[in-house]
Design a protein around this ligand. Structure first.
Ligand code: ADP
Ligand code: ASP
Ligand code: MG
Length: 406
């Protein structure tokens, strides 16, 4: 028998104030009345998470990550309770839970914890009683009951994980745009909405800066083949369906352009040209669970060379502290950083069978006098690091070049 269970996730932009919360409650109730079992995942109201983080940074630049999780997990607890009250007011039974309460068990890497398992017994019990179950996104607890969070945008991951465990027929992601666009509609006014996109392309778009879905949530959806429907909480329009097979996309060369302004470049200067230097640099970083994006190492002509790489700007302080130790250990000269970078990328499965995308990308950037500082490619994407101030211009011109626009 086909399950009538849907997981719906509402982002912070969809619950920014009381009126929006009531709007979300009405949508939930309308689905409930159609006979669906509903599990709802909610993010913190509006910019709450950023505001909590800035409170912490007013106290210290290097807060304890355990305490950070204690702090930022509170945002979601506020929204689940308010949303449950709003659903009650419409005469429907609902109950809110924190991540820990519904058995979302994670590892212990605070602020970026991974989900180990979900014990959904409590959710199933409440569904059986006919209730709408409302779960705080972005959080869980480790085996010692310590509260953890799942990385920025982590409510998407909560929703996908619950959809998997509960065997939901669909995971709907409600946000402030109508779906996935060919570029961030805030930057490119004539960006086009995609009706469908493959997991693979969505994964690249997300990891390259399209914040609309958290990268890890797309990874999990893809792994378990959970269909995602990204749509607006302010309209009833059909959004973008993210699935495995996307036949209509086959003729399209590039499916999207992204911008990421949240990275910083770190350069380890005059690294001696001997085996083990890179292993030491990146080994230390990996031990701290810091994600590296691009890496550049030039040929050494004088017995040493610079090694540059990019990390999330939020990991910069931690990375520099580590590199100061490593520099001494490997006999390099020093470490510098640059926060003024942006990464622009073009993504598309069509690139597999077409050449010339990179050449075209470099040419239009050159015509605009936008200097390329780093390049990286994969089978289905090309990324360039440029000055931060040029990032939006680069996205606009690339969007135009690759023939999107309405
Ligand atoms: P939520 O609060 O719902 O989680 P987010 O702010 O995390 O919302 O993500 C939605 C935002 O993602 C949109 O407002 C949009 O500006 C941005 N965005 C960036 N790239 C894209 C894209 N390619 N398609 C759609 N939205 C995008
Ligand atoms: N509130 C968290 C954040 O801002 C999680 C989320 O919105 O998905 O990152
Ligand atoms: Mg989000």
């Amino acid at each position: 028998m086909e399950r009538r269970l849907i997981v719906q996730k509402y982002g912070g932009t969809s619950v920014g104030n009381v009126d929006k919360i009531i709007n979300v409650a009405k949508r939930i109730v309308s689905y409930k009345k159609k006979g669906y079992e509903i599990v709802v995942v909610v993010s913190a109201l509006g910019d709450t998470t950023d505001e909590l983080l800035s409170l912490a940074s007013g106290i210290t630049r290097t807060p304890s990550e355990r305490e950070l999780d204690m702090l930022i997990s509170t945002g979601e607890q506020v929204s689940v309770a308010l949303l449950a009250m709003a659903v009650h007011k419409l005469g429907v039974e609902a109950i809110s839970f924190t991540g820990a309460q519904v058995g979302i068990v994670t590892d212990s890497s605070h602020t970026r914890a991974r989900i180990i398992g979900v014990n959904a017994r409590k959710i199933r019990e409440q569904l059986k009683r006919g209730k709408v179950v409302i779960v705080a996104g972005f959080q869980g607890a480790n085996v010692d009951q310590e509260i953890t969070t799942l990385g920025r945008g982590g409510s998407d991951l909560t929703a996908v994980a619950l959809a998997k465990v509960l065997n939901a027929r669909m995971c709907e992601i409600y946000t402030d745009v109508d779906g996935i666009y060919t570029a961030d509609p805030r930057i490119v006014k004539n960006a086009r909405k995609l009706d469908r996109i493959s997991y693979e392309e969505m994964l690249e778009l997300a990891s390259l800066g399209a914040q609309v879905l958290q990268t890890r949530s797309v990874e999990v959806a893809s792994k378990f083949n959970i269909p995602l429907h990204v749509r607006s909480s302010f309209s009833n329009k059909v959004g973008t369906l993210i699935t495995k097979e996307v036949k209509a996309m086959e003729d399209v060369l590039v499916s999207g352009v992204t911008l990421n302004k949240e990275e910083a470049k770190v350069t380890v200067c005059d690294v001696p040209d001997r085996p083990g230097a890179a292993a030491r640099i990146f080994g230390e970083i990996a031990k701290q669970n810091i994600n590296i994006d691009m890496i550049i190492q030039n040929v050494s002509r004088t017995g040493s060379t610079d090694v540059s790489f990019t990390v999330m700007a939020s990991d910069l302080d931690k990375t520099l502290k580590l590199m100061k130790k490593v520099v001494k250990a490997i006999g390099a000269k020093g470490v510098t950083f640059d926060k003024g970078i942006a990464k622009v990328s073009v993504v598309g499965i069509g690139m597999r069978s077409h050449s010339g995308v990179a050449a075209k990308m470099f040419k239009v950037l050159a015509e605009r006098k936008i200097n390329i500082e780093m390049i990286s490619t994969s089978e289905i994407k090309i990324s360039c690091v440029v000055r931060k101030g040029k990032g939006e211009e680069a996205v606009k011109v690339l969007h135009k070049t690759f023939g999107f626009g309405r």
